[in-house]
Write a protein that binds this ligand. Structure first.
Ligand code: AMP
Ligand code: MG
Length: 528
């Protein structure tokens, strides 16, 4: 295409707008968005793009190579039909209501209709200040943009619901950041990720209106809820003629969120900042900041140094936090019907839905094709065994898939490759682990498990290549020197995260010792 495809504007046409076009930090009332122009990037360069997302949007590889593409994804030229805007939302941050937040550094261009017929919103993250920038600058640095770009595409290929990433560009401008808020500010390369999603609406998009307590805000809440249902879940009913559609939709959001939590637990992902403004109404992973991937299995681990004292968003706590966040969303939706009870009932279902899906997910990770009464205990003991000594979560499941037969002496060494300190195992750890492995082997034999068939099945739910923090950091180190090969290599590896490829063995190993304490590898902050 010689020019970008024309953009659609159903979001800005349908939802209430902020009447002001003044681009300075300010409070916006009863509006879903404000019109705002992206800032000019000095010398944009394409670092990488996702060919799958391009294809979804009907863009060919030659489109991606054309000058208009770079102009579009760096915010330097507006495609026809684009009406750029930043969204207004609020949120609970670390358990406290924070008031108005909004897209402080994300500017939506509008929508392209994908090859699937859906409307996909393109959003430039790091494209300059908006009325929601508060005291910050509206920009993003390369390190956090590499992380967002890679992880969103990796998540998609892992089968986890997520926003997508079309492209990653450097802007040619530098952005000053104090990475650990400790007085060490330095200029870093600026970057923009073009994020793509069916919707960027968050729990906080509804909460903001409930908090504003005005007739205009109530009307905006209703319009946003109606529109979200009509565009994304029309099968649930028409809320304009049947108000029970609202709690039914909320129940659906609870279910989607429960499923998302199960998926995060399956792959070992820790979001790091599960504030209600970072929860997608579609149940997708959104806003990749100081996230991390579990290396050694530890349910108490969080990568986010900003949360190191309370560890509110630690790995094992995410399902409960999601429920807490849903309670805040449910509370904000009650004015739609004036009746708390059905929203409460929907929320009460969350725990049961999560537990059921989680259990099924754990059985699939263990390769069990049938369910038995004592499986709960088998799973609980497995997770206890995983935590006895530093054991790589990803590699442990891959190792289990090739557990030797019951009479093989090597059975006790099944997890050997997953240990961070294989020589330091205590006798107690060894014995408890071996006891579990024997029990597991007996359980497999009892269901007549075929080793080859089971290993193949397990390899479809237990990934081998996950965006380990240290790998992303190595790619970032190179990218900051102008060498994009690390980003490209990881993007390619994460396209097929379940298929072992010998040439990628260097991307499948345990976290090396040097990465244990290196910033960016085990410690991250909200500074991005
Ligand atoms: P986060 O915790 O990264 O999701 O961000 C919380 C809020 O801060 C959101 O409203 C963001 O848009 C805003 N924000 C984060 N970083 C910046 C930045 N560099 N400039 C402007 N706003 C930002
Ligand atoms: Mg956010």
């Amino acid at each position: 295409m010689p020019t970008p495809p024309p953009f659609h504007d159903r979001f800005t046409r349908t939802l209430p707008a902020d009447p002001s076009r003044e681009n300075r930090p300010r409070t916006v009332k009863a509006a879903c968005y404000s019109h705002v122009m992206p800032a000019r990037a000095k010398a944009p360069k394409l670092v990488a793009h996702s060919r799958e997302v391009a294809e979804l949007l009907g863009l060919s590889e030659s489109d991606v190579a054309s000058p208009w593409f770079l102009d579009m994804v760096s915010g330097n030229a507006l495609p026809e039909g684009a009406q750029p805007y930043a969204m207004c939302y609020g949120g609970h941050q670390f358990g406290h209501w924070a008031g108005q937040l909004g897209d402080g550094r994300a500017i939506n261009l509008g929508e392209l209709v994908g090859s699937d017929g859906d409307h996909w919103t393109l959003q430039l993250k790091g494209a300059g200040p908006t009325p929601y920038s508060r005291t910050a600058d509206g920009y993003a640095v390369l390190r956090s943009s590499v992380r967002e770009f890679l992880c969103s595409e990796a998540m998609h290929h892992l089968g986890v619901p997520t926003t997508r990433a079309l492209s990653l560009v450097t802007t040619g401008d530098s952005v000053v950041r104090d990475m650990f808020y400790n007085g060490n500010a330095r200029p870093e390369p600026g970057a923009i990720v073009c994020r793509v999603a069916r919707s960027f609406v968050r729990f906080g998009s509804f909460q903001i209106f409930a908090s504003q307590q005005s007739d205009e805000a109530s009307a905006a809440l209703r319009t946003l809820a109606e529109t979200t249902i009509r565009w994304h879940h029309p099968e649930l009913g028409d809320p304009t003629t049947d108000a029970s559609t609202y709690p039914r939709w909320f129940a659906h959001v609870c279910g989607l969120t429960a499923e998302l939590m199960v998926e995060w637990m399956r792959v070992g992902y820790v979001h790091g900042v599960m504030n209600t403004d970072n929860m997608s109404i579609l149940g997708e992973t959104i806003d990749y900041g100081p996230y991390g991937w579990i290396d050694n299995y530890d349910p108490d681990w969080t990568p986010n140094t900003t949360d190191s004292a309370e560890r509110r968003y630690r790995f094992g706590h995410q399902p409960q936090i999601a429920q807490w966040n849903l309670a805040q969303l449910g509370g904000a939706l009650i004015p739609l019907t004036g009746d708390l009870e059905p929203f409460q009932a929907a929320l009460n279902e969350y725990q049961g839905v999560f537990a059921e899906r989680w259990h099924a997910m754990m059985l699939s990770k263990l390769g069990l094709a049938t369910a038995r009464d004592d499986d709960d205990e088998l799973v609980t003991e497995w997770l206890a065994v995983l935590a006895l000594t530093e054991t790589d979560m990803t590699l442990a499941y891959r190792s289990l898939a090739s557990i030797p037969s019951a009479d093989d002496d090597a059975l006790a060494d099944t997890l050997h490759a997953a240990y961070y300190a294989p020589d330091g195992l205590t006798t107690a750890t060894r014995e408890r682990t071996t006891a579990w492995l024997r029990r597991y082997r007996a359980r497999l034999d009892a269901e007549g498990s075929d080793d080859i068939e089971r290993a193949a099945r397990m390899a479809t739910v237990n990934p081998l290549y996950v965006p380990r923090n240290y790998l992303a950091q190595l790619a970032i180190d190179k990218a900051e020197q102008g060498d994009n090969s690390g980003v490209i290599e990881l993007l390619d590896a994460y396209r097929r995260p379940y298929d072992e490829r010998p040439e990628l063995s260097h991307l499948a190993g345990k976290r090396p010792d040097w990465a244990r304490t290196r910033p960016g590898c085990s410690m991250l902050s909200c500074s991005s």
